[in-house]
Design a binder for this molecule. Structure first.
Ligand code: GRG
Length: 256
């Protein structure tokens, strides 16, 4: 796995290379800053279980990290996030326009690579991108009038985080040689891992130490994004137990 991840890293460096000097610097900015490479690892692991980690699987692992990277550039603009991966976000350094265009360029590179993998991976990529965008859009619009806020939240997470984690598993299983039934199961698996992953990420936003998480604490709160901890506090505040409701109100007041 470590050798394969090194190969993914090499290919990522090549994939973001741009002849335009500014584009090259801005695209390397977040890649060089670190990141856990969870999605590439998941693609590699799924392929290993399915049969083999071949060059196509390495390329797919590069595609998922590039797609993730592109979405981070855009997400940080939307959230006005000052820090990511322990460094200043691209929009803080170069402004919103440059950060958005950098995300676009990286996404274009991911699309070029995935098109070389064939029709089926291209469809996975298209479906994933749409779900990613819709998840993000739903987060922006908030729940519909009669929609339960918690199920809306789960819906958002399944789109904005679950979709790409699912795609990582799908690519790995498909290109590693798994039968179709296993590739399809990776969607269910990815959604659940994605949900757990994003829940942890949301809690880190509230409680994590910036030196460890690489992010400024409280970005979601400042931006008015209602994550599960806040939704559950509101539910408790309106609930039947007066002691629980009083503590929930107290925390909500602190948050305000
Ligand atoms: C242009 C591809 C593209 C998308 C536009 C902005 C957007 C639509 C979607 C945003 C999706 C998003 C940023 C979801 C958050 C996902 C998340 C949990 C990020 C943190 O992932 P980690 O912990 O980060 O894997 P590292 O830094 O380790 O890679």
């Amino acid at each position: 796995m470590l050798r394969s991840l090194e190969r993914v890293e090499e290919r990522l460096g090549e994939a973001v290379h741009a002849t335009d000097r500014l584009a090259d610097v801005t695209a390397r900015h977040l890649l060089a800053a670190g990141g856990k490479r969870v999605r590439p690892l998941l693609a590699l692991l799924a392929a290993e279980v399915a049969g083999s980690v071949n060059e196509d699987v390495i390329e797919a692992a590069v595609v998922v990290e590039l797609t993730h990277l592109a979405s981070l550039y855009h997400d940080d603009v939307m959230d006005s996030a000052p820090m990511r991966r322990g460094v200043q976000t691209a929009h803080t350094v170069w402004g919103n326009t440059v950060a958005i265009l950098t995300g676009d360029m990286i996404f274009a590179r991911a699309s070029a690579l995935v098109s070389a993998l064939g029709q089926e991976p291209l469809m996975i990529q298209a479906t994933t991108f749409e779900r990613l965008v819709i998840g993000q859009l739903k987060e922006t619009t908030g729940p519909a009038e009669h929609e339960d806020p918690v199920s809306h939240y789960v819906d958002v997470l399944s789109g904005k985080t679950g979709s790409l984690i699912a795609a990582s598993g799908q690519y790995g299983a498909l290109l590693g040689g798994a039968p179709r039934s296993v590739v399809e199961l990776m969607v269910v698996y990815g959604e659940k891992v994605g949900l757990a992953f994003q829940l942890a990420d949301d809690i880190i936003d509230l409680t994590g130490h910036p030196d460890v998480s690489g992010k400024t604490r409280g970005t979601d709160l400042r931006e008015g994004v209602d994550t599960l901890p806040v939704l559950l506090l509101r539910r408790d505040a309106a609930g039947p137990d007066p002691a629980v409701a009083a503590s929930a109100h107290h925390v909500l007041r602190l948050i305000d």
